[in-house]
Design a protein around this ligand. Structure first.
Ligand SMILES: [Zn+2]
Length: 188
């Protein structure tokens, strides 16, 4: 069943993994959480398993996703944060219950409120977004160099010179385009 839905683009940063559930924003946009169940699936693989999701909760999630995208994009461009985006992020951050707990192995895990609601999971994602947008965390907000993508991503590379949101997709596509252009130059 799941195979007929687009797969997920999971990165190491929760908030930008979440914004990557809508890809090719400046081209042929692809919605990777088209149904409430797909949001449930995404949350499960992201360590935020919830009991269920209603269409209204999916709307809340997408509203948060677009707010994070807007705030992260403004940060990457050195612009002021859009007030509406800040409000949505703060609302989601404060209206869910979740707490970090330590596993016996010493890893952090998120424990959602007793009902494991979507709102609880969204509060963790909103808090993660606050961490990267505020500069609390070590890294640099940047925009993907692919013109059809332009996703905001969090660059934690040593040199802070990452150009693509994802090496396997946007980076690879650019490499291929360059290669083909070079081939054409050689043969022409
Ligand atoms: Zn990209």
């Amino acid at each position: 069943m799941a195979a007929r839905y687009p797969d997920f683009r999971l990165g190491s940063v929760l908030a930008t993994s979440f914004t990557a559930t809508l890809t090719e924003r400046c081209g042929d946009a692809l919605e990777r959480i088209p149904t409430p169940q797909r949001l449930v699936d995404w949350l499960a693989v992201s360590g935020l398993a919830v009991e269920s999701c209603t269409p209204a909760q999916l709307d809340l999630a997408r509203e948060l996703r677009e707010a994070i995208h807007a705030a992260a994009t403004a940060t990457a461009r050195g612009e002021a944060l859009p007030a509406a985006a800040v409000q949505v992020i703060n609302e989601r951050s404060t209206r869910g219950r979740a707490a970090p707990v330590l596993t016996p192995e010493g890893d952090r895990r998120w424990q959602l409120g007793s009902a494991s609601r979507v709102e609880d999971a969204l509060s963790v994602i909103a808090a993660d977004a606050i961490g990267i947008v505020s500069g609390e965390r070590d890294g640099r907000m940047a925009l993907c160099g692919s013109p059809t993508c332009q996703a905001a991503f969090f660059d934690t590379s040593q040199s802070r010179t990452r150009r693509w949101c994802d090496m396997g997709t946007c980076g690879n596509r650019e490499k291929k385009a360059r290669y083909l252009a070079n081939q054409r130059k050689k043969s022409g």
